[in-house]
Design a protein around this ligand. Structure first.
Ligand code: HEC
Length: 194
């Protein structure tokens, strides 16, 4: 009988060895329950590493090159920033980016990265449900009856984030400095009715 007992117990022992330890589980940032400080910290980590600042934060151009403008962190394309003229023929086949990486011209027209700060002109009045819908379904203001979000907002990628990650990112965004900035509406492509 001994070989049979060994045959049965060996896979069980192997499976047990594969179980994550209690310590590993508590380090699992995506699923462990967190207090609000830990949620904000994890949300900040996600927002910074996923690259929301690339498009949603204006830049400063100084001796160290292009840096994030910390005073305007995540406040989107600035309402006062007049866009320079561009070549409308080239823009039919190329995608153009404003130097702050906050406005984009392409076949869809001109789009402007939104204000993600907790100011009323940003996401101050948004519920978490709205934020989730914006990232999961690509809906402007995260509401059902609004237009789809325009490129290059890569919401299809963010749609794959877990609810817990989206929650933490929302908590972080609600914790940052509010910046008043009413982002311009998108402009339809050249040659179409305004
Ligand atoms: C490659 C550029 C780019 C990146 C990276 C990016 N966004 Fe955006 N985002 C945009 C643009 C452009 C818009 C405006 C689209 C429109 O007006 O239809 C936008 C819009 C949004 C909106 C909707 C705002 C509103 O008022 O409805 C939310 C929410 C948002 N982004 C969140 C994020 C988050 C969170 C991240 C990082 C996880 C992120 N974005 C990364 C370009 C980007």
């Amino acid at each position: 009988m001994k070989p049979i007992v060994l045959l049965v117990t060996a896979p069980v022992l192997f499976l047990l060895a594969c179980q994550p330890s209690a310590e590993n589980q508590s380090n699992d940032l995506t699923s462990a329950p967190k207090d609000s400080t830990a949620a904000v910290a994890h949300g900040q980590y996600l927002v910074n590493t996923i690259g929301c600042n690339d498009c949603h934060t204006p830049k400063i151009f100084g001796p160290n090159g292009m840096q994030l403008d910390q005073n305007l962190l995540l406040s989107g394309h600035q309402s006062g920033a007049a866009l320079p003229a561009y070549d409308t023929v080239t823009s039919k086949s190329w995608i153009l980016m404003y130097q702050h990486f906050t406005a984009f011209v392409g076949p869809w027209g001109t789009s402007f990265a939104g204000n993600l700060t907790p100011d009323p002109s940003g996401i101050g009045s948004w519920s978490e449900e709205q934020f989730r819908k914006a990232l999961r379904e690509g809906k402007f203001k995260g509401m059902d009856n609004t237009r789809p979000l325009l490129p290059p907002m890569p919401w299809e990628n963010f749609a794959q984030l877990t609810d817990a990650d989206i929650h933490d990112m929302f908590m972080y965004l609600k914790s940052i400095k509010p910046v008043y900035n009413v982002v311009p509406n998108p402009i339809p492509p050249v040659g179409t009715a305004q």
